[in-house]
Design a protein around this ligand. Structure first.
Ligand SMILES: Cc1cc2nc3c(=O)[nH]c(=O)nc-3n(C[C@H](O)[C@H](O)[C@H](O)COP(=O)(O)OP(=O)(O)OC[C@H]3O[C@@H](n4cnc5c(N)ncnc54)[C@H](O)[C@@H]3O)c2cc1C
Length: 285
């Protein structure tokens, strides 16, 4: 059901935006890229608070972390030299598979992770990279780990009038990582996303992450597969077994695009492939 925008405001500072959102949090809604406002579950008559000019567009890095402003777009990240430093370019490589180029110029970090549709590309990447999400209301600030933020639909855990201001990703220790997407066409919604990452300790995996999304109701770390991989060397047998464990332990969803059983079979191979790819070993189909 389309929403009716009764008033459209474009504040010039974050403080002003937060004050406007606090005025009537039931009716005032934040607009980022605007790609999915119509589907966002917003009340039908809304006052739109456009975040374009509030100063959250920056992408910057220090020696310890990468900071993505909530209004940075997927296209900004793809073309950011700072973002390329993370896990050998995982972010641009993965985000190039999201939607189409014109839509990637609109989709923002904040909108993508707050709405967190099944097919959203950024949430599983943030889980695999141990990101932190920074939030703010007119009254206070808080920071959540990605595991906390995505443990339930983010909109449910956010307070009325609360905004994501930015996301930070640690740059140390540096991680090897790989991303896999399965969809019916190159820019269709994902049926399965897999992201793996680990710290390479002289050829052995330390602190591995195995993240599955699109085929689950929320992006999910597969702890059983991570425990299995800790301290192991990536080879074909290890990658195959991790794929088996992941596909066995994840609660998969099916829909008109693909059944849960089909996704389980494909997921096994995708986890296997992602691990071999992260380790620069030959992949098999
Ligand atoms: C054809 C198509 C294909 C797509 N394919 C993909 C894909 O493959 N991968 C992918 O990741 N995405 C994809 N998307 C985009 C995705 O579905 C969402 O539309 C998009 O992530 C929304 O981002 P936005 O910046 O436009 O947010 P908006 O639509 O502006 O906002 C979405 C919601 O988040 C809230 N919000 C926005 N910013 C903030 C903030 N900073 N703090 C608090 N709340 C906030 C808004 O109030 C609203 O409720 C696709 C979209 C289309 C139309």
């Amino acid at each position: 059901m389309p929403v009716t925008i009764t008033e459209y405001l474009r504040p010039d500072s974050l403080k002003e935006a937060l004050a406007l959102l606090a005025e009537d949090p039931g009716k005032n809604i934040a607009v980022a890229g605007g790609v999915s406002i119509v589907l966002s579950g917003a009340p039908r008559r809304v006052r739109a608070i456009d975040l374009q000019n509030v100063g959250l567009n920056e992408i910057a890095s220090t020696k310890d972390e990468l900071c993505l402003g909530a209004m940075a777009t997927l296209d900004d990240i793809i073309h950011s030299p700072a973002a390329t430093k993370v896990a050998s370019g995982l972010l641009p490589t993965a985000l190039r598979t999201a939607a189409s180029e014109p839509i990637r110029r609109l989709i923002t970090v904040g909108g993508n992770i707050v709405q967190c549709y099944y097919w959203a590309t950024l949430p599983p990447l943030l889980l695999a990279l141990d990101a932190k999400i920074h939030l703010r209301t007119s009254e206070h600030r808080r920071t959540l780990k990605a595991t906390e933020f995505f443990a339930q639909p983010p909109m449910r855990l956010m307070e009325k009038g609360e905004l994501v201001t930015d996301v930070t990703i640690p740059l140390k220790p540096s991680r090897r990582a790989a991303f896999e997407k399965m969809a019916k066409t190159s820019n269709d919604y994902a049926l399965i996303h897999v992201v793996v990452s680990y710290v390479d300790q002289r050829g052995k995996m330390s602190d591995p992450r195995v993240v599955v999304a699109a085929c689950t109701s929320l992006p999910t770390r597969v702890r059983e597969a991570e425990e299995f991989l800790e301290g192991k060397t990536v080879d074909l047998n290890t990658a195959m077994e991790a794929g088996q464990i992941a596909s066995h332990h994840v609660k998969l969803r099916g829909d008109f695009r693909a059944s849960a059983d089909y996704r389980r079979r494909v997921l096994r191979v995708m986890v296997q492939r992602a691990l071999l790819k992260a380790a620069d070993k030959q992949t098999i189909s």
